[in-house]
Ligand binder design. Sequence first.
Ligand code: MRU
Length: 353
Amino acid sequence: MVSTINWKDSKVSILDQTKLPHEVIYIDCTNYLTVVDCIKRLSIRGAPAIGIAAAMGVAIGCQDIHASNFEEFIKELQPVYKALVDSRPTAVNIQWAVNRMDAMLLKNRDKTILELKELTIKESQDILEEDIRINRQIGEWGAQFIKDGDIILTHCNAGSLATGGYGTATAPIRVAHEQGKIIHVIADETRPILQGARLTAWELMQDNIPVTLITDNTAGALMKKGEINLCIVGTDRTVKNGDVANKIGTYSVAVLASVHNIPFYVAAPISSIDFNLTHGDQIPIEERCPEEVTNISGICPIAPVDVMVKNIAFDVTPAKYITAIITEKGAFKPTDLHILSDKSIDFTKYRIM
Ligand code: MRU
C-alpha cells in the first residue's frame, strides 16, 4: 500500500492525488499554508486523511512560532487552526484533529515552548498510527458482512488513499480478501473528480483485489440484474441520528440499493461522527468550482463556455437507507449510533456484529 501522508525530515510529505494514477509524486510541505493548499486542491482528500493532514499542519505551523510563553504560543496558533478548519467544510475530521491538538497543548501548558513543539509532532504521528489501527478494526468488523463470492459496490474513494492505512470502506474488502474470500469490487467512477476511476480502481489493482470500473449511471442496471450483493461507502460526516454525508452520488446509490433490497453499509471511524449535530440537514456541504464539471482533468473542456453549473461535492443519505454503520467499536444500526456518545451505556449490547 502506498503511503498517503507522513512526517519526514521535519516536513509533511503528501502524496499528490491529483496526479494519480499516472504519477506517484510527493509534495514536501515545509509550512502549514502548503498543507492547507494541498487540502483545498485535493492533493490530499478523504475525511480521515485530511484530519491527519490538519494535525500535521498544526504541528508544522507550531515549528515557526516565536513565543516567550504559553499564552503567546496559543495566540499565534489561532490563524493556523482557522486556515486548516476553513480549508474544507464537510469532513468533520479536520475540526476533530484541530480540537485534539489544542486539547493536548492545553494539558501541557507547564512545558517549555520547545517541548510543546515536539509534543505536536508526536501527537500528529499518534493520530496517524491510531488511524491505521482503526482502519484494521473497521475491516475486521465489516468483513463479517462479506460472503465468499460477493460483488461489492463502492462509491468515491474511501480507501487507503483516504486514510493512513487500509481505508474505511475498503478495509472490510481488504480483510475479506486476506481471509481468502473470492470477492469482486465494482468502483463507481465518481464524477466530477473521478476518485473511483483514478484512485479506488488504482489502489485495489496495486494490491491485486479484483475491481471493475463503471460509470456512475451503471450502478442501477447492475443492481437490477442481481450483479451487486452489497454496497460499502465511507463518510465525511455522520451525525447523531445516523444520517450520513458522503461524496455526491452516495444518496442515489443508497436509494437504488434500498429499492433492490441490497444491504448498504457505511464504514466510519468515530472521528467522522459529529455527535453535536442531530440531523443531516445541519451538515455544511461544500460547493466547488464549475471547472471541475465543465472540464475533464482540468484540461479537456466538455461543456459550452459559460454554462451555468452546480457542483455540490457531497450529499446526505438519510439513516433509513443505511443497513449498518461499521465503526472501530463494531457495527450498529444508524438509529443506535448515538449510544456511542454516552459513556454510561454499554455499547456492546447494541452491536449488530
Ligand atoms: O472530495 P473527497 O475526495 O475528499 O471525498 C471523499 C469522500 O467522499 C470519502 O468517501 C469520505 O471522505 C470517506 S474517506 C474514508
